[in-house]
Ligand binder design. Structure first.
Ligand code: AMP
Length: 418
């Protein structure tokens, strides 16, 4: 079933969204991209005369935690939807069931953070540090058992299930995948966002126009290793940047000062360079850096060669020479994937490299390239620099996007398709 084929009139839809938005210390939303991304789906259901029960997680709570309450985003959701959304202060229990049952066409109910329950993720909580393997296994079994009841209860609120949470599609959680088994093929579907995400990934995986360039930034090689290895089989150019740079630089004998580095990944970095060579992939690394004498926006700065960073200094962004080299590669590309900043873009004085990558992508896109930007931080970058409208597609998925590009079957997608 597709969302366009389904008539929601008089129906209650359980819609799993990804409202895991960043909040500041006063609970103001600092980036509402994920909320806006779910609006077409929510509005379509309301316009059809359906009602919606909205489920989401926020953060990584280990139980009920005020900080991670979805009530903080309720007011903004009201504004975005143009209606007063009801709230159930517990996603289980009487209140949620009663409010869901009483929903009228055109009304919406937001459930409290699903992850306040361990059953959402199906992982045991509160195990003592010295728990034995037996105790761990028993706790796991218990949570898997109670997860069935939890999932069934969520499903009981609605007539149909819509998954629009691409950001968690790589997790086989209660509300992202398991719930789908309680709805037949004609009553479960992707939301518009999920449909678009699946299409964009498909384009980068199966409809590649060359040259294909991937720009992988961020802090750690260890968290990106699988995707980097996978991309080596697909891309023509691979730009590895951000904090990962220094692991590669040190591996080649360069001086990196205090720059972030994974000493246990030096061999791996050399292996990746060798693999790139064997596969004929043009691996592009920074040649210069913007360095700082402390990890702070107000640090003293200078530019230097990436492998000649003085003691006491650290690389927090790429330098102008690298910007130019990266931009040249990007502008010559026809398919572009960007994940991760070139530096500590949270500090205004170290945003220049990430901005220049974004601008080069926009220019390539103008010249006909298909560009996909994904991963929380790259999305934050394009939004911060006002470049989102100049790229072909901004994904809401971080880990999910990367796993999809690695070629893995995502449980949230499989659950709807099977
Ligand atoms: P990731 O979550 O792995 O995509 O990494 C994103 C994070 O990497 C951002 O918070 C950046 O501040 C950080 N990052 C990028 N470049 C550097 C660098 N040169 N030194 C330290 N952190 C960095």
């Amino acid at each position: 079933m597709t969302i366009d084929q389904f008539n929601f009139a008089g129906k209650k839809a359980f819609v799993r969204v990804d409202f895991n938005v960043p909040l500041d210390e006063n609970f103001n939303i600092t980036d509402d991209t994920r909320m806006r991304a779910a609006l077409p789906t929510l509005k379509k259901i309301l316009a059809d005369g359906g009602s919606i029960i909205i489920g989401s997680h926020l953060g990584r709570p280990k139980g009920v935690t005020e900080k991670y309450s979805l009530k903080h985003i309720l007011k903004h959701l009201d504004e975005l939807l143009g209606i007063e959304v009801q709230f159930a202060s517990d996603c289980m229990g009487e209140e949620a069931a009663a409010k869901a049952a009483a929903l009228q066409p055109g009304e919406a109910l937001l459930l409290e953070n699903l992850r306040f329950y361990a059953e959402e993720e199906g992982k045991p909580r509160g195990l003592a540090d010295d728990a034995t393997d037996e105790e761990k296994a028993a706790a796991k079994k218990a949570v898997k058992e109670s997860q069935k009841e939890f999932t069934k209860k969520l499903a009981s609120y609605a007539d149909c299930y819509v998954n629009d949470a691409f950001g968690t599609a790589h997790r086989a959680h209660a509300s992202t995948a398991l719930i789908a088994q309680y709805f037949d093929k004609d009553h479960k579907m992707f939301g518009y966002l999920m449909e678009k995400e699946v299409k964009a990934v498909d384009k980068v995986l199966n409809d590649i126009h060359r040259p294909f360039t991937a720009i992988m930034g961020g802090s750690k090689v260890s968290s990106k290793i699988e995707i980097i290895e996978n991309l080596l089989n697909k891309v023509d150019n691979l730009i590895i940047t951000g904090g990962m740079t220094y692991t590669f630089t040190k591996a080649q004998g360069g001086k990196i000062g205090l720059s972030i580095c994974e000493d246990d990944k030096l061999d791996l970095a050399l292996e990746l360079m060798q693999k790139a060579k064997e596969k004929g992939v043009n691996l592009v690394l920074a040649t210069d850096a913007k360095i700082a004498d402390s990890f702070s926006n107000d640090a003293n700065t200078q530019f230097c060669k990436v492998n000649e960073i003085p003691d006491g200094w650290e690389g927090l962004d790429i330098g102008p020479e690298s910007e130019k080299a990266f931009a040249e590669v990007i502008k010559g590309s026809k398919t572009i994937l960007w994940n991760g900043p070139t530096g500590v873009f949270e500090f205004e004085n170290f945003t220049h490299g990430s901005r220049s990558v974004g601008e080069a992508i926009v220019e390539a896109t103008k010249n006909g390239a298909f560009s996909l930007v994904g991963g929380g931080d790259s999305v934050a970058c394009v939004n911060k620099f006002g470049l989102a409208s100049g790229v072909s597609y901004v994904s809401t998925g971080g880990g999910a996007l990367l796993e999809a590009i690695e070629g893995k079957v995502l449980p949230g997608i499989a659950a709807i398709n099977e």
